[in-house]
Design a protein around this ligand. Structure first.
Ligand code: ARG
Length: 288
């Protein structure tokens, strides 16, 4: 597809929750990217994070901040702090005890900021494993969130859930293997919505579901997946991606998106990238 024929894309206003990585370090290992013996540079993490924050603001998005908690070095990855639709915040219940310390600070923040709380029974890691595409929830399992959490989230939000199984330990959260490019909402939204994904991150059955439901999806190469290219945020026009995902960048341009590159190399030492540092806050109509 040439740029001339690519559909016109529209940037939609987004509200994001972020957490400045003031206490970022790698002191434990709960994914293959984390090597506690390797030094980290907290000041560099903060500086890189600030570039992402400022890029969102410069493009008109609203960014809200939750205070970082000492002893919670992974709290910068706010995508895991919940899953928020219609002003309701479904809380996280982390797989590993190392991150359980984050659960209450996130819930406290949601309560203090006018969101209704839905406390989880099942193990789930928020928007790391749940992605809203139109009116459908894509839900990941295999490493972190359980299949039972998929049922729980479907009942809570009254939306269809497509369960997808991740099989490569490097891509342990759904948001490391799928990027939602058109975050349209509302009935029929899924027809307009599109995604990009890394086929090798999924089992055969899940790949078949993705092929059937998203025939126009961008299939991203292993090279771009390996540098966390899929771990990106989109407003429907601007797609915030790693500068190292050059093939994906070209695919996005061909389709009429505007790739905005932000380097979070330091945060990749914790196994997270752009999307991991970004939690979308979807308020209800009344603005709650
Ligand atoms: N160190 C964190 C963990 O292993 C990284 C989380 C990345 N977050 C994400 N949404 N993929 O839990």
């Amino acid at each position: 597809m040439s740029t001339a024929t690519a559909p016109a894309r529209i940037a939609q206003h987004r509200t994001y929750l972020m957490c400045r990585p003031e206490h970022f370090t790698v002191s434990y290992s709960i994914n293959p990217w984390m090597e506690p013996a390797r030094p980290t540079d907290t000041a560099k993490a903060v500086a890189q994070w600030q570039v992402l924050h400022d890029a969102y603001v410069a493009l008109g998005h609203e960014v809200l901040l939750v205070d970082p908690v000492e002893g919670a070095p992974d709290m910068v990855y706010t995508a895991n702090g919940g899953f928020v639709i219609d002003g309701v915040a479904y809380g996280p219940k982390f797989r590993f005890v190392e991150r359980a310390v984050e659960e209450e600070p996130f819930m406290d923040w949601f309560a203090a900021n006018g969101f209704r709380l839905a406390r989880p029974i099942e193990v789930n890691e928020g928007e790391g494993d749940f992605l809203l595409v139109g009116d459908v929830i894509l839900a990941g399992t295999g490493f972190r969130s359980t299949g039972d959490s998929h049922r729980e989230v479907g009942e809570l939000f009254g939306r269809e859930v497509l369960s997808l199984t991740l099989v490569d330990p490097r891509f342990y959260h759904l948001d490391t293997a799928i990027a939602v490019l058109d975050p349209v909402q509302g009935p029929g939204g899924v027809d307009k919505a599109n995604i990009a994904y890394l086929p090798g991150a999924f089992d055969d059955a899940s790949r078949a579901v993705l092929e059937q439901r998203f025939p126009d999806a961008i299939l991203v190469s292993d090279e771009d997946g390996d540098v966390f290219g899929l771990n990106s945020a989109s407003d429907g026009y601007n797609v915030f991606i790693s500068p190292r995902a050059t093939g994906f960048e070209a695919q996005l341009r061909e389709r009429g998106y505007n790739p905005v590159t932000v380097d979070l190399s330091e945060l990749l030492l914790g196994g997270g990238g752009i999307k991991c540092c970004t939690l979308e806050l979807r308020r209800d109509e009344a603005g709650a």
